[in-house]
Design a binder for this molecule. Structure first.
Ligand SMILES: [Zn+2]
Length: 437
């Protein structure tokens, strides 16, 4: 290895990271569970690779079930593990096993020992140890799966998830949403109040807004009129859905909710997304948007092409769009957008493990193409804290490798390269999400 890499890597390893995106459950939830290597390290991402490699859904559920003896599950898992061991997701978990638990490689010789060591550490203080001490992360922006905003403020700042109010499909969903936030919805005015109410309630408590709608629909959010949105909303009430309450002592109950089709609800969703951007922009909150690859299997990747967002970039000049996952595999498209628009930022969360090599080639190109203040270099994006650690190591390695190559090619001098590393991994996300701190 050349000297510039060693020098830059040393600097990169000293940077306290700002982690733009995590999904970690509350620590209390994690430490109150029985954990082992299969239940945690193959919870997600690697699980998608297992399915892609040929595992059945039944087997995937089986291998993660801690009520079944670990050696039974290992026997089902091992033949597939051989097939996915090559990927970035798998490498990330092996780094975590090695650095956090001193276990070299995840294999038939080590899985029991690794699982025992995970249980030994599975107690209060786990997150602080992994995130602060081992990964060198100062703060994580947390996309919580629950609606619980009572998170450890020393480690996490949550986001407002747009899907909490854009997902109703029928009148029952609308009723539940209204109840959840104490704001019944009978017309679009009520709905707008509910959205604004969420922003008011979370003022000063969230770091960003998160839009993950590309999992269910195209990212093209068309401009809609008030009446188009209201008509779409009313369709949920025009249906004849009912819930038949079971009669005592019988098993029988029935719910029929014949809501409108997904397409019919698009005008309302589009309207709510525009409203969200207006509210976020007015309050100076960045808007994180999922683009590119979908976690899981069998989704429609073209739905998440970042080019579909151009109308939003054009309309909302004052908003700050933090575009997730480097849009992989649309990274060069994102480059054009971030170069062209002042309000578009590149966020590499999840990216170093999706493809370590293409994360490097993309960063290499972005550094030639996009102002360096617009690149956010790391977001762990994990449900399992060990994954966040493994990912942080891969991110540091990638950033150091790309910058060292630029130095070796005579493009930057070493001090410039170190400065950019600090910007990418710390200062840029700090300026975007925590400008006053
Ligand atoms: Zn995520």
């Amino acid at each position: 290895m050349n000297n510039s890499y060693k020098d830059i890597r040393k600097h990169v390893d000293s940077i306290r990271l700002i982690d733009t995106h995590e999904h970690l459950p509350p620590e209390s939830e994690r430490v109150n569970k029985i954990v082992d290597v299969l239940s945690q390290f193959y919870l997600h991402y690697t699980s998608s690779d297992l399915i892609s490699a040929g595992m059945s859904m039944e087997d995937l559920i089986y291998i993660k079930d801690t009520k079944i003896p670990l050696d039974y599950r290992w026997a089902v898992f091992e033949p597939l593990w051989e097939k996915i061991k090559n990927t970035g997701y798998s490498r990330c978990m092996e780094i975590a096993a090695r650095d956090l638990y001193g276990v070299d490689g995840i294999n038939s010789e080590t899985y029991k020992q690794l699982s025992r060591k995970m249980m030994d550490r599975n107690r209060e203080g786990l997150y602080k140890w992994v995130l602060k001490e081992k990964a060198g992360i100062d703060i994580c922006i947390l996309d919580t799966l629950t609606h619980d905003y009572q998170v450890d403020s020393d480690l996490f700042v949550p986001v407002l998830r747009v899907s909490e109010y854009t997902s109703p499909m029928n009148k029952k969903d609308l009723e539940l949403l209204g109840k959840q936030f104490g704001n019944p919805i009978h017309n679009l005015g009520d709905y707008i109040n509910l959205v604004k109410g969420r922003f008011d309630a979370l003022k000063g408590k969230v770091a960003a807004v998160k839009i993950a709608l590309a999992y269910n629909r195209s990212l093209h959010f068309e401009k809609r009129t008030y009446s188009e949105a209201e008509e779409s909303l009313n369709k949920m009430y025009k249906t004849k859905g009912f819930h038949r309450v079971p009669i005592a002592d019988t098993e029988y109950s029935e719910t029929i909710l014949d809501g409108p089709g997904k397409e019919e609800l698009l005008p309302l969703q589009d309207y709510l997304v525009h409203l969200t951007i207006q509210e976020a922009s007015r309050r100076g909150l960045p808007i994180q948007i999922h683009t590119g690859l979908h976690e899981g299997n069998q989704n429609i990747v073209s739905n998440s092409n970042p080019e579909l967002l151009v109308n939003l970039f054009l309309e909302y000049g004052d908003a700050k769009f933090d575009i997730f996952h480097g849009s992989w595999p649309y990274s060069s498209r994102l480059s054009a957008l971030a170069k062209n628009f002042q309000n578009v930022y590149i966020d590499m969360c999840w990216m170093h493990i999706i493809s370590p090599s293409r994360a490097r080639s993309a960063l290499d190109e972005w550094l030639d193409e996009v102002p360096v203040n617009k690149i956010m270099g790391f977001g762990g994006d994990y449900l399992c804290v060990e994954g966040s650690y493994g990912h942080s190591v891969m991110a540091r390695e990638n950033v150091a490798k790309v910058l060292a190559r630029k130095v070796d090619d005579g493009i930057y001098d070493i001090d410039e390269a170190k400065k950019y590393a600090t910007w990418i991994l710390r200062d840029n996300p700090k300026n975007l999400f925590f400008p006053e701190k």
